[in-house]
Each structure stands twice: as C-alpha cells, then as structure tokens.
Design a protein around this ligand. Structure first.
Ligand SMILES: C[S@@+](CC[C@H](N)C(=O)[O-])C[C@H]1O[C@@H](n2cnc3c(N)ncnc32)[C@H](O)[C@@H]1O
Length: 224
C-alpha cells in the first residue's frame, strides 16, 4: 500500500519491531503500512470515534491484518497500558489537542518511550510540552503533500526537563536545517509572525503575544 508522503515520513520515524500505538488512527493506514512494510509485527490502533474505527476495520480486513493490527476505542492514551507502548504515533490533528492527549496520559514519562508526532497546527505547543516534560526532540523534518508542508517530530523520553526559549519552541531545530522544505517552512512562519506582530502593533497592543512574537523574530534574525 502507498500511505502517501506525509504518513510515510511518520512510518520512517518509527523504530523497528517496537510495540507501536497509533493514536487517532482513523483508517489505520499508518499501522497497516507499518506491518505490511515489515517495520513492526504488531500495532495497536486507537481512536476516540466509532466511525473512524469502522474505517480502520475495513483497512484491516482489506489487507488481512486482523492478527497484527488491533483496534480499540480510546480517548487519547486513556485505554492504553504503558506495557503496550514503546513507540507512539499521533498524526493528523492539531497541536493543541495533541498536547492535551499527551498531558493527560499518566504514564507518559516512561524511560525510552519514543514519540512520533505530526501536529497540523500549533507545533510550538507540542515542542514546548515535550521539552518541559522530560523529552528530548531527536529529529524534525518537513514533508510536502498536495502543496502543504507537514512537520514530523521525533522525541525520546530521557527525564531531563528543559526550559526552551520562545524561538526554540517556535522554530525547533528546523531553523538550523539545510533541508529546502525546512528553510521554506521557517521563512513562511517568519512571514506569518511579522504580519501578526505588525497587526497587533498597529492596534496599539503590547502584551504576552507581542512579546512572544518579538522573541521569535529576534531568534530567527539572529540565526541568519
Ligand atoms: C484527521 S484524522 C487523522 C488520521 C490519521 N492519524 C492521519 O494522520 O491520517 C484525526 C483522527 O483523530 C481522532 N481523534 C480526535 N481526538 C481524539 C482523541 N482524543 N483520542 C483519540 N483519537 C482522537 C479522530 O476521531 C480522527 O479519526
């Protein structure tokens, strides 16, 4: 099967032969691809919705994966045991929801737990959560699919709590990447920050948001 460039980027970031849990799986394309490509033998695919899990059932039936891809209703990781997860993928949802899912999991701070995350918005909230909560961001990359850019973040729990700056959470390591899509992504983000900041300044505002935007832009400029 061809999962598309975006999900392929997530699949590539998953470690081999680990207990993998895909949260918000919908059609279960990612778990199906992980098993069919030989990356993992078993995958647990969870979703909060009945409809998405019915979609997942169709994929599992189509590829004959009922032994290797287990399906379960779960709000985030609430119905997943820590012993079931070594790698966790969460893709295709906003960064705010993703951060809520991660922060409401009581066992997330587990040695060697590896996360593969593709937040579709508010990426900085995800980075901030990870860094403040004992995760080291080990890699970030940008993928283009249908003209849209997607960030894939890999993080490993090492227990060290970090205090990143606004610029570090906003751009992550992408700011120092030479990957052309990462350069384009950071330039796009910089433009958006500039537009937002000048709108707020024109309205005569100076608040937490303008301070955040100013710090991010200063960080961006100083990296050039
Ligand atoms: C847009 S789909 C993404 C599907 C797939 N992961 C992908 O990247 O293509 C988002 C899925 O997340 C599920 N979802 C939303 N909130 C959730 C939560 N709290 N726990 C589990 N799944 C959730 C939705 O039901 C939906 O199926």
């Amino acid at each position: 099967m061809n999962p598309g460039k975006r999900l392929l980027a997530a699949a590539q970031a998953v470690r081999e032969n680990r207990l993998t849990v895909d949260v918000g799986t919908d059609h279960a394309y990612l778990p199906a691809y992980l098993v069919l490509s030989g990356k993992t033998k078993h995958c647990l695919a969870v979703d909060i919705g009945v409809g998405p899990l019915q979609n997942a059932e169709k994929t599992v039936a189509k590829y004959g994966l009922s032994e290797s891809v287990r399906l379960r209703i779960s709000d985030g990781l609430q119905s997943v045991l820590p012993s079931e997860a070594e790698d966790i993928t969460i893709c295709g949802m906003g960064g705010t929801l993703m951060t809520e899912i991660l922060s409401s999991c009581t066992w997330l701070q587990k040695e060697d737990l590896h996360l593969v995350l593709q937040p579709q918005s508010h990426v900085w909230e995800v980075r901030s959560f990870l860094l403040h909560n004992g995760f080291c961001i080990t890699d970030e990359s940008v993928t283009e699919e249908n003209g849209k850019l997607y960030i894939t973040i890999e993080a490993l729990f090492d227990g060290k709590k970090r205090t990143p700056s606004a610029g570090e959470v906003y751009f992550g390591s992408l700011l120092f990447s030479t990957q052309s899509l990462a350069v384009r992504y950071c330039q796009d983000r910089c433009r958006q920050l500039t537009v937002r900041l000048s709108a707020l300044q024109k309205a005569g505002l100076q608040n937490e948001e303008t301070d955040f935007l100013t710090s991010c832009l200063t960080y961006y400029e100083s990296s050039k």
